[in-house]
Design a protein around this ligand. Structure first.
Ligand code: DAH
Length: 367
């Protein structure tokens, strides 16, 4: 750091040398400033009235100069003061400029940087299969409907020909909404156990003919295991018109299964029971893994049970008789299928839980 030397030689050359030394020190110090506070210290060191470098110059150079040298020294000191002040001002400008330029750089958008990639999601496999099933029926002229997930006893059971206390209700593992005892039995709320209540809701809304599919979420008091979940999805179907027969049911479902699983798949219908259909059937497809030869997946039977169906029971039509559903004039078929079950078969998914865990590694495979 520069300290003001005492002058012994007052010759013009010696004075020039002393001045040059001072300026090279001033230069070096001003180049080493990085912040406003550096500059402030620099400013005070040189310009402070008490003990600043210029004050010292005044005392040690000018005041101490012998008479004949005073003029020469005085001229140089005046010049030097002006240059020093200018240099200090310039140093401040430089600091301000560089501070605002680093701020600008930080604010600036660098359009050459790669962007942040936000992956666009894909349809969840359950929704995808549900949409696929719906599309197959839409192509056959079906409309699409929906109904509430919180349903009354009337729509979920009674109007579907499950009389109060009938043992067929036991098969539905129903989750009831609490504190409904004060209401008449048919108005009590529950979580719908199937999409079938929307059959009645649809027929209340429109007279025959009807061709509708109803996708939706259903709930059962079932423990979670590899193939069961308390919340799952179904697609319901209903067709009502004059002269609808079991042949129509078979032909429609056979076509739908070929559309979903490929044209080589076969269907067969097995006698079953549902309160709202008569006759009722379970529809099976030829095993999509072994083509019907028999394997572990189909328990060596060559067939896989896929959905419930049947001809709409006249007792069901009686609940909507006033809306044109006279069972002596019209007939219909209905079916209901589990969406997860079909997705599990289509994509060979090992566990139903994978659909609900939201693990991106699983979901990505459907991208
Ligand atoms: N709702 C039935 C269930 O969840 C499935 C079903 C069977 C629906 C036969 C139908 C049908 O429409 O005709 O177990």
């Amino acid at each position: 750091m520069y300290t003001v030397p005492k002058l012994e030689d007052y010759s013009p050359e010696a004075l020039d040398r002393a001045v040059a030394e001072l300026f090279s020190a001033l230069d070096a110090e001003s180049r080493d400033l990085h912040s406003e506070s550096d500059w402030k210290a620099f400013h005070d060191r040189w310009l402070a009235r008490k003990n600043g470098v210029l004050t010292q110059i005044n005392d040690t150079w000018l005041k101490a100069a012998p008479g004949p040298a005073k003029r020469e020294v005085g001229r140089r000191v005046n010049e030097l003061k002006a240059r020093t002040e200018a240099a200090i001002e310039a140093a401040q400008d430089k600091i301000h400029a560089s501070a605002s330029s680093t701020k600008l750089a930080a604010d600036r958008l660098d359009i050459t940087l790669p962007g942040i990639q936000r992956p666009i999601g894909v349809k969840h496999p359950v929704l995808r299969v549900m949409d696929e099933i719906v599309a197959v029926f839409k192509a056959m002229g079906y409309s699409v409907g929906e109904g509430p997930e919180v349903e009354t006893d009337y729509y979920n059971f009674e109007s579907l020909n499950f009389p109060p206390n009938h043992p067929a209700r036991d098969t539905q593992d129903t989750l009831f909404i609490a504190d409904q005892e004060s209401k008449p039995a048919r108005d009590r709320l529950l979580l719908r156990t199937h999409t079938s209540p929307v059959q009645i809701r649809t027929m209340e809304q429109q007279p025959p003919p009807v061709r509708i599919v109803i996708p939706g979420k259903v709930h059962r008091n079932d423990p979670l295991d590899a193939t069961h979940s308390p919340v799952f999805h179904q697609v319901e179907g209903l067709a009502v018109d004059t002269n609808i027969t079991f042949c129509d049911l078979k032909g429609t479902l056979d076509h739908a299964m070929k559309a979903l699983f490929g044209s080589s798949v076969k269907t067969r219908f097995y006698p079953s029971f549902f309160p709202f259909t008569e006759p009722s059937a379970d529809m099976q497809v030829s095993c999509i893994f072994c083509g019907g030869k028999g394997c572990r997946k189909c328990k060596f039977s060559g067939w896989i049970e896929l959905l419930g169906c049947g001809m709409v029971d006249p007792n069901v039509f009686d609940f909507v008789k006033q809306n044109g559903y006279d069972s002596s004039k019209i007939s219909g078929f209905a079916f209901g299928m589990g969406v997860e079950r079909i997705a599990i078969l289509k994509y060979e998914v090992e566990e139903i839980q994978l659909f609900y865990e939201g693990d991106v590694r699983f979901l990505e495979q459907f991208a």
